[in-house]
Design a protein around this ligand. Sequence first.
Ligand code: F1P
Length: 345
Amino acid sequence: MRGARTLQEIGEQPDAWAAAIRSFDERSASLEVLFRERSPDEVIFTGCGSSYYISLTAAAVFQQVTRLRAKAVPASEILQYPGGVFARGSRPILVASSRSGTTTETLRALEIARRQGTPTLSLTCAPRSPLARRATLSLHSPAGGERSVVMTKSFSSLLLLGLLLADSRESNPVLHHALRRLPALGKRVVKVALALTREIGAGASRFVFLGAGPMHGIAREAMLKMTEMAQRPAVAYHPLEFRHGPIAAAGPGTIAVLLGSRSGARLEADLVRDLRRYGATVLRLRDDWKALAEADVDVTLDVGLPDEARCLLYLPFGQGLAYHRAIGAGLNPDRPHNLTSVVRL
Ligand code: F1P
């Protein structure tokens, strides 16, 4: 069957999350030592492609939770503009994400950090890879590696390691408990997401993914999945940014997927109204808070999680939309055009 591997791997995510949590817990003492010895004033997250989008969400959550400065940059920026990334006199730790642990830009970025004495932490599915071996410390997602080219369970399980990292630096019982509920909640959400997304988007010509804060990296990843699997035009923005120009191209044929936040529920509700007024079809994902405006499709997860944990449960919807769109267009999501699973320069 076309796309059988990708579909299976989307479904395997909750088990990969459970394995990532166990693996993280085994490393928590070493992580403590790394942070204690360095006492960083900044954490810089990096990677390429999907792994850069992991970094975007991980950095947003890290700073939000710990109030320690964190940012995300594509690994190539570290090669091209190291001075724009590392500030003089700062004491950063570099966190490099890579499924394969062999992507050239990520390895070179790690090398630049090492040469200047910056400790490095890798998040990877390949514990024996060059990235894992060269990093000061490595966290692994043991069940995250795919056979498919596109990243699905590697993305979500590596991101979960990033979220656990943030949680480990700050005692916040609500987030701690929420992250550990994700594997159990994920099983139901994956089923719902795959069934729902089969019905949506078949006739769409354009996809828009909107997410703020922790959700922004997820919106960018959903955009990339649509591009990789289905070769469909897709864009991603912070929700309120969408009015500042991009809305000009919205209309019938546009599907806007709003990855709802608790913090911006009211602002995002106004946007739902505007998007629908211009003819776009809106799919809104949210938790259990009151609906302030009707979307065309409102998905209430009803899980009672903070934004920093719930963002992971939005992923299967983006993955499912891309998967079904690809199948509907006669494409094979297991074999995306022009793509290899690793880019080596
Ligand atoms: C990163 C990556 C993937 C992308 C493509 C090429 O790989 O950019 O995100 O889908 O297949 O590689 P990695 O560094 O996470 O192994």
